[in-house]
Design a protein. Structure first.
Length: 452
């Protein structure tokens, strides 16, 4: 087992990892940027090392400085959290070369699943449902036209190395195919240094349903059931819940088992999420695999009782998974709302500055994952998420009622937050009925904007 873990991240996820490490009797080292000098989570760490100026490129993305901090503080493992270097196979490889354990998959497994073309190939072998589309990178226009006609327009051109929605083009008709492929290739080269693109069927109306998986270094991988993350704005998730409502049990189990098989075949150790779109016929199509812990992991922890962060530290240390697939079951329903420091009434303008009022809710079935305390200054350099509010109820209706109560109790100011938007969504009939697709929040906001 490790004795000291370095956390190459900030904010709520840094605190989440500190808590898990402490429960396991491990010391923690946090690296931080100058903008996070007063970060409340640093007080909870055993050691803190400043690694540079506020811009992520000068601090949280500096592999050399993070490794140097691990060496000088004698940390024997690094947890990358999410974002920043969490999905960098290069970082995982440098950790290995420097004899520091990377808490996550091997660089090989990460590269295999991180490349969308090789991931699709592996998914096909594992029986994980994928979109109809090309098997390899597009080389010739004629080949692209042939595949597009086979699967039918609209299609989407996607970069193999894609991330953050870059290098994607929806194509409605053949005459636009060639120019879309070229522009996607160019964007992919400049964003990722890899111009490989492929095409797949474009699904207009779908729900986002994902499967939480975890594997160990002994060839085992299990799933922890699914979550629905259909409530999004500009591809950013706002609300996540689990288990995903209205997915028939037999389909759910089949998709979850195929996701676990994919992770197992990739020799994957650590937490992973297979993301899917689900259409109105309950057909599933894999979008991608996220090779890291996700923001919404607490939803799964609340319904399965499995501590995903602790379990990933243990498997990184070489322990076998502490739970078998047959021991995983779902209790009740959980919902998470991401509370962002943004003004929904002004096009979600970020609200940096001092938090003068911070009064989180509490009570039965309410969990807050947040690094914020009264007097905390939200820096303008990073993601605007300042808290995750998670509730657990016996069923979905109870969870919604509990979320409404908790949201109305949550006071943060003077800056605006997304709390009013969440309160509105909790009352939307389409949300209650799950008559939703990934664009429903944007449509609601277009038809009736939020007030500032
Ligand atoms: P990235 O890695 O850039 O986030 P994803 O493959 O996860 O790329 O896709 C990002 C988003 O684009 C998805 O959440 C979904 O909204 C949309 N998208 C991607 N592929 C398709 C598809 N085949 N049909 C419909 N929407 C898609």
């Amino acid at each position: 087992m490790f004795s000291r873990i370095l956390i190459a991240n900030r904010g709520e996820i840094a605190l989440r990892i500190i808590r898990a490490a402490r429960e396991l009797g491990l010391e923690t080292v946090c690296v931080y940027s100058e903008a996070d000098r007063d970060g409340p989570w640093l007080e909870q760490a055993d050691h803190a090392v400043c690694i540079g100026s506020p811009a992520p490129l000068d601090s949280y993305l500096r592999i050399d400085r993070i490794i140097a901090a691990a060496e000088t503080t004698k940390a024997d493992a690094i947890h990358p959290g999410y974002g920043f270097l969490a999905e960098s196979a290069e970082f995982a490889a440098v950790c290995r070369d420097c004899h520091v354990e990377f808490i996550g998959p091997s660089p090989e497994a990460m590269a295999l699943l991180g490349d969308k073309i090789s991931c699709r190939r592996m998914a096909k072998q594992a029986g994980t449902p994928i979109f109809p589309g090309s098997e390899d990178a597009i080389e010739e226009e004629s080949e692209a036209i042939e595949i597009a006609h086979e699967i039918g327009f609209p299609v989407i051109v996607k970069a193999a190395a894609g991330g953050g929605g870059r290098g994607m083009r929806v194509v409605e008709a053949e005459e636009d195919l060639q120019s879309s492929i070229q522009s996607a290739q160019q964007e992919a080269v400049s964003a990722f240094g890899n111009g490989a693109v492929y095409i797949e069927k474009f699904l207009e109306k779908a729900r986002h349903v994902e499967v939480q998986c975890i594997g160990d270094k002994h060839g085992q991988a299990i799933h922890l059931y699914n979550r629905d993350c259909t409530s999004q704005r500009r591809h950013q998730k706002l609300i996540e819940e689990g288990p995903a409502p209205h997915v028939p049990d037999d389909i759910r189990d089949r998709v979850c088992e195929s996701a676990a098989a994919l992770i197992r075949n990739a020799n994957y150790a650590g937490a992973a999420t297979c993301e899917f779109l689900m259409d109105r016929n309950n057909d599933f199509y894999m979008l991608e695999v996220n090779t890291r812990v996700q923001v919404e992991h607490p939803v799964t922890e609340m319904i399965t009782g499995v501590d995903i962060v602790k379990e990933s530290i243990l498997v990184a240390a070489g322990e076998p998974l502490s739970i078998r697939q047959e021991d995983v079951s779902i209790t009740g329903h959980a919902i998470e709302c991401r509370i962002n420091a943004e003004d929904p009434g002004r096009d979600f303008m970020p609200q940096a500055g001092v938090v003068e009022t911070y009064r989180p809710p509490g009570g039965y079935g309410v969990r807050i994952d947040s690094h914020v305390i009264t007097g905390y200054r939200i820096p303008s350099n990073y993601d605007s998420m300042i808290a995750k509010l998670i509730v657990h109820g016996r069923d979905r209706n109870e969870a919604i009622a509990r979320m409404k109560s908790a949201l109305s109790e949550f006071k943060i100011g003077p800056g605006k937050t997304t709390i009013p938007l969440h309160l509105r969504l909790m009352d939307e009939p389409c949300f209650h009925a799950m008559d939703v697709d990934i664009h429903y929040v944007e449509r609601l906001l277009d038809s009736a904007p939020m007030e500032s």
